[in-house]
Structures are given as C-alpha cells and as structure tokens.
Design a protein around this ligand. Structure first.
Ligand SMILES: [Cu+2]
Length: 523
C-alpha cells in the first residue's frame, strides 16, 4: 500500500456514480499496477472509426448573450445541447459502457461554424454534477468563456441550462477596428471546465470539436488547395481504463493527482478503430483529448504535412515525420494516401508510465488507428504540398511589449503557480486591453510535465529554453508544453474583450488540484 485511505479521502467527488469505484481503490494507481489494467481483452481494428455528427442549428430562442460589437456580424445561429448519461460501445463487443456526453454522445457532436456568424449555444445539464463549458482556443467574451468558476453565473447545476455566446470572430485591431484575419481560428474544441471536476467530466466523455471557417479558408478549400469537408476528419485521442463490467474507472487521487492514465487507446470514442480511405489527401484534426497522456504520432508509411497548429492554420505547410502533442494540443495535418500501401497505421511512439509526463520514444510504437486504403488514386486531388501558402501570420513585435510577467509551475502540497493554488476570486495578472505582454512560463522541474494553456488569445513562442522554437511552434499557440525544467518566453496581446479569464496546466488532474490562475483584462 503506497497510498492509503487518507489520500483517497482527499478526493473531491461530488458525484455518486464514481463513488463505488473509489471505494475499491486501496492501492497506488500507477499505470503499471496490475489492479488498474483493463481486464477485458479485445481484437483491435474490428470497428470502424466513428465520425461525430455535425451539430445542426435549431429554432431561435430568447437569450441574454451580448454579441461582440464588430461590424459585419451576421444573425446568430441557435443550438441546444443536452448533457446526459448514455451507453456506448467503446471496447468492441461491450456496448454497455456508461458515458456522459454532449447530446449523449462521446465524443460530442462537431460544430462547423462560419466567420461572423455567431453561435448561441444553450447547454442543459442532465447529469448529476455541476458542469461548465469552455470553447478551447476560442476568442470569446469573458461571460461565455467558461473560464472555470471565475464566472460562477456560468456554472450549470444539474437540471439547469446556460447560454454560451460564441462570436466566431477574429481579434479586433484597436487602431483599425477591423478583425485580424491573420488570427482567425480553425480547430477549436469544447470541453468541460468545472473546478475540481474537469478531469472526471472530460474523462466521462464531455468533449467535442468546434471547427471554424472563414473566407480565406473557404477559398483554400473551394480553390482546390485543401480537401473539402467530406475529407476533413477530426480525430480525438484519449486513453481510458475499464473495469470487468466495461465501466470507466477514474481514480486520480490514488496516485497523488499526478495524472490519470488509461491502458486502452480510444480514437473518437472507439478503442483502436479502422478507417476506410480512398487514395487521396485527407485532412485530419489531431487532438490530444486525454487527461494526462502525451502522444507522439508517426505513420507506418509516409509522413504528415502539417497545415495548422492548435487552433490556427500555419502560414505554410510543413512536412513532419512525427508530431508530439501534449494535453489539449492539436495538429491540423494532411495525409496523402495516393501511393500508400493497403494498410497504414497511425502509431503512438511515445512511452509514458506515469501521469507526471512522457518518457522516451520507441518504434514502431502502439498502433492507435488503422487506415485501410483502397481504389485508384483520385484525379483532381487537393493541391497542398510542402511550403504551400496558407494563412498569413502577423507577429507580435518586441516593441509592442509593455510588461513582463513570470509564472512558475511547481508542486507544493498541491500543484501551484507562483506558489499559489487557484483562487477564483483572485486575479494574478491584470493586463491592459489592446496591449501586448511577455510572459515567462517556467516549469520548476521535479520530473513533471505541464502543458500550459492560456485562454482568450493565441500566444507566440519567442524563445524555448533560450533558443528560437521549432518552426512549426513559432507562430500561434494556445497551449505550450513544458517538460521538466523547461522555460518558454511567449508574447500575448489582449484584444476585443475585457474581463476575467484563466490560464492553467492542461494535465486535468494538475488543473483540478489547483494549477490554475486568473487574469483580468482591464480597459
Ligand atoms: Cu501540469
């Protein structure tokens, strides 16, 4: 017994559905412990990859959302999403797994929305726990950002609903009052962000894609540079543990909240699925939606052509042999199957035995997804190749910086930033609207890895451990992964909205315990 009942007693758990699992926990939850291995065996690549349905707008309703005051906004579209329990077949042959899903789906439905077309989404909570929704990578007003409990009025108690207002705009340049189209986002994802419960709520299934498109991206697609929506596939990668009844097991307190790892690899809610593809280029939005597991993706044949990083298209397409994603990071990639063999595996070559962070790489690694390639190469395929121009990048320049702040991520008795636990009533930074700042993000080491996510705005990595970042990381990011002792210097500009937001480690167990801080953008 490495950790006994005392440690487990500290678990914040407002939900009875998982309580019986906690009662079973009497030992450390290291991923290599026999007790926490899924006892169910299955044959991988026997189930098709699920593609989450596209969320359809519905009838308009009375709301209290304040739409952003920018010119050119179209009338909003209205959506209603019900959070509820359902059963799903995650492991082949076991349709009885209880999940918590947006619209009862795991992952949730995919939003596909357009620039200047606001989405007003009414989220109703049919679960027995508090929830709140964050649209990750979104440029969203403070009232609708879902920045944890810094806005208690956005918390959705059971049986209640709240409206979230997504402007689907780019940040506004204060000099011209025009939107900065260079900063318009593509690949966001929405997920739960409820203080103390985020790890549990996301693990149980509360996550989905939120994909945006503007005139520039539409031009790239309609003009034949990028694949059309039919060949644009979101892929969320997660790891899960199941008990003998195929129910999800979540016991983060058993390993001192280092981070909860699973031993079953799940893509779009299915354990190790296959995907039938034509001989053409596909666009995939790779998302690390795990609680604590990092991935490094590599193909068994061929390579990736990266066209986007986190939410934003890159200025030009960059070939990548492998792509590492920390928690919540995304990579928007093209895979070209025209000359591929009949089977291509997407492998995870990163080893990780503890929730603290990843270890070394191993090849060929673990196959997560099998592509079955058939037919003849299509004609008139998407033209994107290495170096193809995509979205222009407007850098934040050093002469714009008005202030430097330093944030140290470390472990005290809890996970802390600058030696303080999260307090939703405290603002740890008060940047002025329409100014840019330099933030130093430092991991104080100890063997832990912390992917740091800043809400509201993209940031630009200037230096990573004193050097220029890799080219694919040198434009816009919303999450910067820090390994042990790493230090990133980032520039961030605060535009369009004032008010309170959070930044935090995106290892969800670290975030819940309590590696998060609030900033308040002041006029
Ligand atoms: Cu962390």
């Amino acid at each position: 017994m490495k950790y006994g009942a005392a440690a487990l007693g500290a678990v914040t758990l407002a939900n009875s559905g998982l309580y019986f699992l906690l009662q079973q926990a009497t030992r450390s939850a290291r991923a290599d412990d026999e007790e926490f291995r899924t006892p169910i065996r299955f044959t991988p690549f026997t189930r098709a990859l699920p593609i989450p349905p596209v969320k359809q707008p519905g009838a308009l309703f009375t709301h209290r959302c304040a739409l952003p005051s920018v010119s050119g906004l179209n009338p909003p579209k209205f959506y209603t999403v019900q959070m509820k329990k359902a059963t799903a077949e995650i492991i082949p042959g076991h349709p009885e797994t209880v999940i918590w899903g947006y619209d009862g789906l795991y992952p949730g439905p995919t939003f596909r929305v357009n620039h200047n077309e606001p989405a007003i989404v009414r989220f109703s909570n049919g679960l027995s726990v508090n929830t709140i929704v964050h649209n990750h990578g979104g440029h969203t007003s403070s009232e609708s950002d879902g920045s944890d409990s810094v806005f208690p009025s956005q918390v959705i108690p059971p049986t209640q609903s709240r409206d979230f207002c997504y402007g689907n705009i780019a940040p506004v340049n204060p000099a011209t009052h025009q939107q900065e189209i260079s900063d318009f986002a593509s690949t966001q994802w929405y997920h739960d962000h409820m203080m103390d419960l985020t790890g549990q709520n996301v693990y149980m299934g509360l996550a989905g894609f939120y994909l945006l498109k503007d005139e520039l991206e539409k031009g790239l697609i309609d003009g034949g540079t990028l694949p059309s929506d039919a060949f644009d596939v979101p892929l969320v990668f997660q790891d899960r543990v199941f008990d003998q009844n195929a129910q999800l097991v979540f016991k983060p307190g058993a390993n001192e909240f280092d981070g909860w790892l699973g031993d079953v690899f799940v893509v779009n809610g299915k354990a190790q699925p296959y995907f039938n593809v034509q001989r053409r280029k596909y666009r995939f939005r790779l998302l690390n939606g795990s609680n604590a597991r990092w991935y490094e993706f590599q193909l068994s044949s061929g390579q990736f052509l990266q066209i986007g990083n986190d939410s934003w298209l890159l200025p030009f397409a960059i070939p990548r042999t492998s792509i590492r994603l920390g928690l919540a990071e995304r990579a928007d990639v093209i895979i070209d199957f025209r000359d591929a063999p009949g089977e291509v595996f997407l492998n995870n070559i990163l080893e990780q035995k503890e929730g603290t962070g990843p270890e070394g790489t191993t090849r060929p690694g673990t196959p997560l997804l099998k592509f079955i390639v058939s037919g003849s190469p299509v004609s008139g395929d998407a033209r994107v190749v290495s170096g193809t121009a995509l979205r222009p990048h407007t850098p934040i320049r050093p002469e714009e910086i008005v202030r430097t702040r330093r944030f140290v991520f470390a472990k005290d008795h809890k996970w802390v930033i600058n030696e303080q636990e999260f307090d939703p009533n405290r603002s740890d930074a008060t940047p002025k609207s329409n100014t840019a700042e330099r933030w130093i993000l430092k991991n104080d080491g100890g063997g832990w890895s912390h992917p740091v996510h800043l809400h509201l705005e993209a940031h630009q990595i200037q230096k990573f451990n004193g050097s220029a970042p890799a080219v694919y990381n040198s434009f816009k990011k919303d999450t910067t992964p820090l390994g042990p002792d790493d230090e990133a210097e980032v520039f961030i500009k605060f535009r369009t909205f004032t008010g309170r937001y959070v930044f935090h480690c995106h290892n969800l167990e670290h975030e819940d315990h309590a590696m998060m801080a609030a900033f308040n953008v002041i006029p």
